[in-house]
Design a protein around this ligand. Structure first.
Ligand code: BGC
Length: 459
């Protein structure tokens, strides 16, 4: 027994030494001392279901439903509905984008509008996105398209969506179709947005459609989403313009640290979470082997060597840092904990700008150009946004100074929008949206972003 304890204490101590939780002394940091190359790409982002309005897809269906415990799927039974009416207002919204001084706009195509029935394409919807692209280019803003950002057609769901590997071909066909329409004008393409979130929130925590709770299925869906990326990449590269455009995946890195650094279970669960969310998928792109290994939760292996060369850039989304406390009695086997002195955002996570640096370091293993495809803060009172932007961009600047290949940053989001299971309560926008009048107003905190862009791009 004595020996067991000694080994335990030694292990925990070694973990503590090897995996120190990075903390910078912000009091000593000068947030103005940042420097970005002139070629650095400044941008902002949205997603179709969150801003366009009038969507009829897996999410709009989910919004009508309830969880097993009787609670509505979306906070206070909110519906995405008209959202920001971006579909109709895209011209004036592009004016707003322009006023920020950014050069890239990342948005997603609403698959359910373009292909409302399997194999039936809606010319009007294709024309709409074509007009959006032209309007952006006219304003000297580079369009960046996401092919799948959480939402998809109801017919795709009925076929079993990403639960079945054979359904991937439908997303590949859709991707080829839109690529053949837009690749003459669109140089940057993102395939799948946050495969880990789609799989785990949809099939494990149940926060996203279809609201299930089945670890093994989550693993299967996760695998099929990563595999979708590889198949889309391979298919698009063979089409005209394929070799000249840049195609990447968008993967979020969730930073996990143990709640108690002296509790072996907290450590082990933290490793499991990092493994599922971050390490296993990155390893897939490095080696062509996807291995999920958490006994009793997720266990599968998938090999596709094409994964190794399936990225022209890595789209990194970074938002959250969580401390994990193992709890065998909780539904997800763990509790998310928060350190007293950390500043909370309106979302269930804190500000931790060191985390974006750590995330950049982690994905740099792939030796690819990195675009921060999303980073931003839900801050209803707009009281921490300015500080958030300065801190996170300080961390990005530092990463570039230290040699990491970060080539761009898109702030999430252009404007307040439908924040999935949280509905309209979470306010991520640079522009505030009054959802009654659709009026947009620049937030004070957004000036931090505008000023940084100005200072880094002006001669
Ligand atoms: C998603 C966005 C979302 C944002 C803020 C990311 O997970 O890609 O659609 O709004 O995080 O939660």
């Amino acid at each position: 027994e004595m020996l067991f304890f000694i080994i335990l204490i030694l292990t925990v101590t070694i973990f503590n030494i090897l995996f120190k939780e990075t903390r910078w002394n912000w009091n000593k940091i000068n947030l103005d001392s940042i420097s970005f190359p002139k070629s650095f790409i400044w941008g902002t982002a949205t997603a179709s279901h969150q801003v366009e309005g009038n969507c009829n897809n897996n999410w709009s269906e989910f919004e009508k439903g309830f969880k097993n415990n009787g609670e509505p799927n979306i906070k206070d039974s909110q519906f995405s509905g008209l959202a920001c009416d971006h579909w109709e207002r895209y011209k004036s919204d592009i004016e707003l984008i322009k006023s920020l001084g950014v050069k890239h706009y990342r948005f997603s195509l609403e698959w359910s509008k373009i292909e409302p029935e399997l194999g039936v394409y809606n010319e009007e919807a294709l024309k709409h996105y074509s007009d959006v692209i032209d309007e952006l280019l006219k304003n000297k803003i580079e369009p960046v398209i996401t092919l799948h950002h959480f939402s998809h057609p109801i017919w795709f769901d009925k076929l079993g969506a990403f639960e079945k590997e054979k359904n991937i071909l439908h997303l590949v066909s859709f991707s080829k179709k839109v690529f053949s329409h837009f690749s003459d004008r669109v140089k940057y393409w993102c395939t799948i947005n946050e495969p880990g979130v789609v799989a785990i929130q949809g099939y494990f925590t149940g926060m996203f459609p279809p609201g299930e709770s089945n670890g093994q299925k989550a693993g299967e869906v996760y695998k099929n989403l990563l595999e979708s990326h590889v198949q889309i990449y391979t298919a698009l590269k063979k089409l005209p313009n394929g070799s000249s455009v840049k195609i990447g995946i968008v993967k979020n890195i969730n930073q996990f640290d143990p709640w108690s650094r002296y509790n072996i279970f907290d450590w082990l669960f933290t490793f499991a979470m990092n493994h599922i969310f971050n390490w296993a998928p990155i390893n897939f792109f490095k080696t062509g082997k996807l291995k999920f290994r958490v006994p009793g939760l997720i266990w599968n292996t998938h090999i596709n060597k094409d994964a190794i060369k399936s990225l022209d850039f890595f789209g990194l989304n970074y938002y959250s840092h969580n401390h994990i406390r193992f709890n065998p009695f909780s539904k997800d086997y763990s509790d998310l904990m928060y350190k007293k002195n950390d500043i909370m955002t309106d979302m269930p996570y804190t500000i931790y700008a060191e985390g974006i640096y750590r995330a950049i370091k982690l994905v740099s293993k792939l030796n690819l150009p990195i675009i921060i495809t999303e980073n931003g803060v839900a801050d209803k009172n707009d009281s921490i946004r300015s500080d958030y932007i300065k801190k996170y961009l300080f961390a990005v600047s530092k990463s570039i100074e230290d040699g990491y290949n970060v080539i761009g940053y898109y702030y999430w989001s252009l404007m307040d929008n439908f924040e999935w299971a949280f509905g309209y309560d979470m306010r991520f926008g640079l522009f505030e949206v009054d959802f009654k009048t659709q009026e947009r107003t620049l937030k004070k905190g957004a000036n931090a972003y505008i000023d940084i862009i100005k200072s880094q791009t002006d001669e």
